[in-house]
Ligand binder design. Structure first.
Ligand code: NAG
Ligand code: NAG
Length: 373
């Protein structure tokens, strides 16, 4: 209530809707699901003692904002961090961190998470995944486990979630990578898109039925522009590359996933007219960054070369990854797009987050806030 007056004054005097303080805190909590593009520290806990060496626990991860590794796959904040800060909320505590206050949000995303369960992937002859099931449904199960500590009756939960922002993704990129790295083809990977969509749809509907009114569904990246794939699938045939130096065939996976995801968003929006379902884009901004790096504050040299790595044409080196001995960071990550060959820099995530909040990279943008009003 106390926010109403300054809001009206600002609105009337400046006609500036965006700075209207009604929207300063449109959400009281954020819940996030997904993979390494959203994990703020679950993987390093879940995978402790399960993998031999975890690069995400090592410098120079985290060097720019946190001054130390936090389990995030970047030099600093991710899109979800910028969204939390811009909405006036605390950074999302990872679900697996001890003794946290989850009343303003929780993050269930885990590095390497697929949409599909590992049992399902295994049945399809896919083998290349982490030995723990961290898939989307499992993450939703963690949310259900946390729920009684957040709200206790159907009504209070509906009310609480109606004021919360749910970010469901990015998810699915790992499923396609697992398919490809199991020796299968690009069209095999694309054949998984429908079942990935069904999984995302079921997750979104589960949240909507529990009272969620604001759901962001982020799409996949143009993985053909991601240096780990550019390194693994390097081709001597120039026709395999587009004008940006990206592998066209691999980009088609994310492109098709996103096409289907946009259809799903439209379908959910029709079925749940009281809700606001948002498609959030990673694909277009990455292409735009590569096309015109200096428009976004990045340097104009080859931006397929990563900031943190250990040599080679893209500075991506499997024997000297970022976070491993022999892998090191560039002198100024703020002018680079790609951090470690898989994930983007904090600088790139910042531009994307702003584009999701205010446009043009989310449809519709997350702001202005709460549909409930
Ligand atoms: C819900 O009930 C449980 C058990 O009585 C309690 O521990 C928890 O704090 C309650 N949660 C809320 C949000 O009131
Ligand atoms: C990759 O890293 C290894 C180990 O540090 C190093 O010996 C090798 O020269 C690097 N490769 C390139 C292309 O720089």
């Amino acid at each position: 209530m106390e926010l109403l007056l300054p809001c009206v004054i600002i609105f009337m005097s400046l006609f500036n809707h965006a700075s209207c303080s009604q929207y300063d805190k449109p959400y009281s909590a954020i819940f996030s699901f997904g993979d390494s593009y959203a994990d703020t520290g679950n993987f390093i806990t879940v995978m402790k003692e399960k993998i031999a060496y975890d690069v995400f626990e090592h410098s120079p991860y985290g060097m720019t904002y946190f001054g130390q590794p936090t389990g995030r796959g970047s030099n600093g904040r991710l899109v979800i961090d910028f969204i939390a800060q811009d909405l006036g909320l605390p950074l999302l505590p990872p679900y697996f961190s001890q003794g946290q206050d989850f009343s303003k949000g929780a993050n269930f995303a885990v590095i390497g998470a697929p949409a599909l369960s590992i049992d399902y992937l295994r049945q399809q002859g896919i083998s290349n995944f982490y030995p723990v099931d961290i898939s989307l449904n499992v993450q939703l199960g963690w949310f259900q486990q946390l729920k009684p500590s957040l709200c206790n009756s159907t009504e209070s939960c509906q009310d609480y979630f109606s004021k919360s922002l749910f970010v469901l993704g990015e998810i699915g990129g790992n499923d396609y990578n697992f398919v490809i790295s199991s020796g299968k083809s690009i069209s095999d990977a694309i054949s998984f898109v429908p079942v990935v969509m069904d999984t995302i749809k079921a997750a979104a509907e589960s949240l909507l039925k529990q009272g969620a009114l604001h759901i962001v569904l982020p799409g996949n990246l143009p993985t053909g522009c991601i240096p780990i794939l550019l390194t693994i699938f390097a081709s001597t045939n120039k026709l395999d590359y587009d004008h940006l130096g990206c592998l066209t065939a691999y980009n088609s996976i994310g492109f098709y996933h996103n096409l289907k995801l946009k259809e799903l968003v439209a379908q959910l929006q029709d079925s749940y007219p009281q809700a606001k379902i948002m498609y959030a884009d990673y694909y277009e901004p990455v292409i735009k960054f590569l096309e015109n790096p200096d428009n976004f504050g990045f340097s104009n040299d080859n931006q397929l070369v990563i900031c943190c790595g250990g040599g080679g044409p893209y500075n991506f080196n499997f024997s000297a990854n970022c976070g491993q001995p022999g892998g090191s960071a560039c002198s100024d990550p703020s002018i680079r797009i790609n951090w470690d060959g898989i994930h983007l820099t904090e600088a790139a995530f910042r531009v994307i987050a702003t584009g999701w909040l205010k446009g043009p990279y989310a449809h519709p943008p997350i702001l202005p806030g709460n549909k409930r009003k």
